[in-house]
Design a protein around this ligand. Structure first.
Ligand SMILES: Cc1cc2nc3c(=O)[nH]c(=O)nc-3n(C[C@H](O)[C@H](O)[C@H](O)COP(=O)(O)OP(=O)(O)OC[C@H]3O[C@@H](n4cnc5c(N)ncnc54)[C@H](O)[C@@H]3O)c2cc1C
Length: 469
């Protein structure tokens, strides 16, 4: 692929067409070898060099920086992600509040770093209209989720319930009964952030080798198609590509996620829709439809993931594929006023899903292997926090970040993570879950099923949700 405009809509908004950096010239030595130039790898490199400018850090990227999920995502920078509840819930309230503070500050820290580095990634902190409920059972579920957020250390300033009228003042979506407004969320243009960050990292003295696919790695050594890098610390930052190299594929599997973008919408259409504050939004469905208003006034709308048998990451998508029609229909269902506007872009990417549905930052001191990920489709914000955390761990610094409950210092990934079930169970489970969730939603929103069928579908979906935890 020579024209990266096909990668995602975001690549079309770059000031310049991305130029490809040179590949690894042959065998070299380094202090830290990072595999993958997405946000995780790049932020780790950034904070390593900031704290220790003399460190020799290299980043090895199979394609170009930002080619993975980091240049393709929906651009939400969320302050708190659901998977973290697992770590936070058992802690005393004081510690829970500290975790929340770290996560909330992380959003602002990204904004200030982008500003300090002169990266114009259209960072905008407008909060998020979260999990908009569209039928009473969904409202009950979302109100319960809000209660859990308060339990997890959030305050009313961090998040609060908007009733149907308050929600409609902010966004007019079909059947909106209410939503949680969370203030700690921003939106960005993901590819501008990834490419800008790569340039900032390079300015700090990190060498990024593009078109340099890693074929294997172990303690002290990374083998690529162009040579070997010997380094006492190796950082696989592969997330949705974890199954393609090394032994992480049983722990993090790739899930595909797809997005569509409309043409820039007229002022009058935006008046009908709302989102005046450029808030991010998502509905309350179990499979989550979400989006943002881009800086140039397009509706960016993502929905539903997909797992393919055997778990291979996917990087090529075409708007001509039928799978995009599903996303378009979900978008029209939420925003009927968008029917008839032109869908100009459709793309997708692979994100990493861990078996325990919670992200992690791990440093195996003995093996010299540090890694972070498992963000499950919510990694734009956390990859910054976790990159900083990995840098602290690699430099042997004990900080408030390394004391967070999602950090596994001095542990291997075998100890810290759970393995996925082998095939065909993984594939069958994912198919069953998607079918049950779609069935439940259709009964409530489309077919208007009987009370009995709704209750059966709701109970089956609840049971499957519990099974996934
Ligand atoms: C369609 C989509 C929408 C999303 N929306 C959101 C959102 O709105 N908000 C949010 O918080 N998160 C979202 N996410 C998730 C988020 O994008 C990711 O969590 C985040 O970008 C992960 O960054 P990363 O650096 O860990 O992984 P990646 O960005 O995937 O980076 C991994 C890198 O490794 C490279 N690579 C792969 N194999 C090799 C190899 N063998 N050798 C060398 N390099 C290799 C890849 O090319 C890639 O550049 C979304 C993801 C997708 C796919």
């Amino acid at each position: 692929m020579s024209n990266y405009n096909d990668t995602s809509f975001w690549f079309n908004t770059m000031d310049h067409k991305p130029t490809v950096r040179p590949s690894l010239p042959g065998n070299i030595d380094a202090d830290v070898a990072i595999i993958g130039a997405g946000y995780t790898g790049l932020w780790t490199a950034y904070y390593l060099k900031e704290q220790d400018p003399a460190l020799n850090v290299v980043v090895l990227e199979a394609d170009i920086a930002g080619y993975g999920a980091s240049g393709r995502n929906g651009g939400w920078v969320a302050g708190y992600i659901a998977g973290l509840d697992k770590y936070v819930a058992p802690l005393p309230m004081e510690k829970r509040r500290e975790c929340c503070r770290i996560l909330f500050e992380n959003v602002d820290n990204i904004g200030s770093r982008l500003e300090a580095e002169g990266i114009d990634a259209h960072f905008h902190k407008g909060g998020v209209l979260y999990a908009a409920a569209r039928y009473p059972e969904q409202e009950a579920m979302q109100r319960k989720m809000l209660a859990q957020l308060y339990e997890a250390g959030h305050t009313e300033e961090d998040c609060r319930w908007l009733n149907a009228r308050e929600l409609a003042e902010k966004v007019r979506l079909r059947n909106g009964l209410g939503a949680v407004y969370k203030s700690h969320c921003a939106t960005v243009n993901p590819a501008r952030m990834a490419r800008g960050l790569a340039a900032a990292v390079e300015k700090k003295g990190v060498r990024i080798y593009e078109k340099t696919r890693v074929t294997s790695f172990r303690s002290g050594e990374v083998t690529t198609e162009h040579g070997v890098v010997r380094a006492p610390v190796v950082v696989p930052a592969l997330e949705g590509y974890s199954s393609s190299v090394g032994g992480f594929g049983r722990y993090i599997i790739p899930v595909q996620s797809l997005i569509v973008a409309t043409e820039p919408l007229s002022e009058s259409l935006w008046k009908e829709i709302g989102l005046e504050g450029r808030e991010a939004f998502c509905d309350g469905s179990r499979m989550v439809s979400y989006g943002q208003k881009s800086a140039d006034g397009r509706m960016i709308f993502g929905a539903r993931g997909g797992y393919v048998y055997g778990g291979k990451p996917r990087s090529h998508f075409s708007l001509a594929n039928d799978e995009f029609r599903v996303r378009e229909e979900l978008m029209y269902d939420l925003f009927p006023m968008l029917r008839g506007v032109k869908i100009t872009h459709g793309w997708g990417g692979s994100l990493g899903m861990p078996r325990n549905f919670a992200p992690h930052a791990i440093f195996d001191l003995e093996a010299g292997i540090a890694t972070a990920g498992g963000y499950g489709g919510q990694g734009v914000g956390p990859s910054h926090l976790f990159g900083r955390t990995l840098a602290d761990m690699i430099l042997g610094r004990e900080t408030e970040l390394t004391r967070m409950p999602w950090v596994f210092n001095n542990a291997s990934h075998h100890q810290a993570l759970r393995k996925w079930e082998p095939e065909p169970f993984r594939w069958l489970t994912s198919k069953t879950i998607v079918k049950a969730f779609t069935w439940e939603e259709n009964l409530y929103l489309k077919i208007k099923g009987s009370a009995f069928s709704k209750s059966v579908a709701n109970n089956v979906s609840n049971a499957l949700s519990r099974l996934m935890r």
